[in-house]
Design a protein around this ligand. Structure first.
Ligand SMILES: [Zn+2]
Length: 203
């Protein structure tokens, strides 16, 4: 999007204190930090919300968040941080371009836990039905957008596997989709309904 400030940051039009960049993601220090080390991780493609991403893109982004969350608190001298997304306008999203926040936490920083952000009154009797609905829906293969190729050249060239031989390196491709790992965690009661994304997309 041409008028999006985060698109301009991701393509270098607006200068920031960049901490990481690859072909898919860009990470930089927040210019109005909530705490020392407050870092934003954004996809280079313009997505407003997490669920708009392709599954493979989301995995790459989460992997970067994982790495940064490991090192940033240590670097600024603390053991804790909040990690989160204001996913949509009602959640407090100010810039309509998806952004992950890593906010290091310190003794006496006057912050609150993420679960303290919202104080909605919930009827607990509704919760078992709700849990069932979610359990059922998460088996629906159409909840993720996947299947398109994601460029990971930068990552591969920066992190070569030790066992890779140079001559086969270029031909080794990361599988375009690997839903099995995520879905294994769920107990599929009906084997014939185990997700086959390629089949589901054809139907
Ligand atoms: Zn944008």
């Amino acid at each position: 999007m041409t008028d999006c400030i985060f698109c301009k940051i991701a393509n270098g039009e607006i200068k920031t204190l960049k901490v990481y960049e690859d072909s898919l993601n860009f990470a930089f220090l927040d210019i109005n930090p909530s705490s020392l080390g407050h870092t934003l991780i954004i996809p280079k493609k313009h997505y407003q919300k997490l669920e708009e991403m392709l599954e493979e893109e989301a995995k790459e982004m989460f992997s970067l968040v994982f790495k940064l969350a490991k090192i940033i608190p240590k670097i600024v001298g603390t053991s804790s941080c909040n990690i989160g997304i204001n996913n949509g306008k009602l959640a407090g999203q100010e810039v309509p371009h998806l952004q992950f926040h890593i906010i290091p936490r310190f003794e006496g920083d006057k912050g609150s836990p993420i679960q303290g952000l919202v104080r909605m009154k919930v009827n607990k009797e509704e919760l078992p039905t709700l849990a069932e609905k979610i359990k059922k829906e998460i088996k629906n293969p159409e909840i993720v957008r996947e299947g398109e190729e994601v460029k990971t050249e930068d990552k591969k060239s920066k992190e070569p596997k030790k066992e890779e031989k140079p001559k086969v390196k270029e031909t080794e491709e990361r599988p375009a989709k690997s839903p099995e790992r995520e879905w294994q965690e769920f107990n599929f009661e009906e084997q014939d309904k185990a997700p086959d994304f390629s089949e589901a997309r054809r139907e």
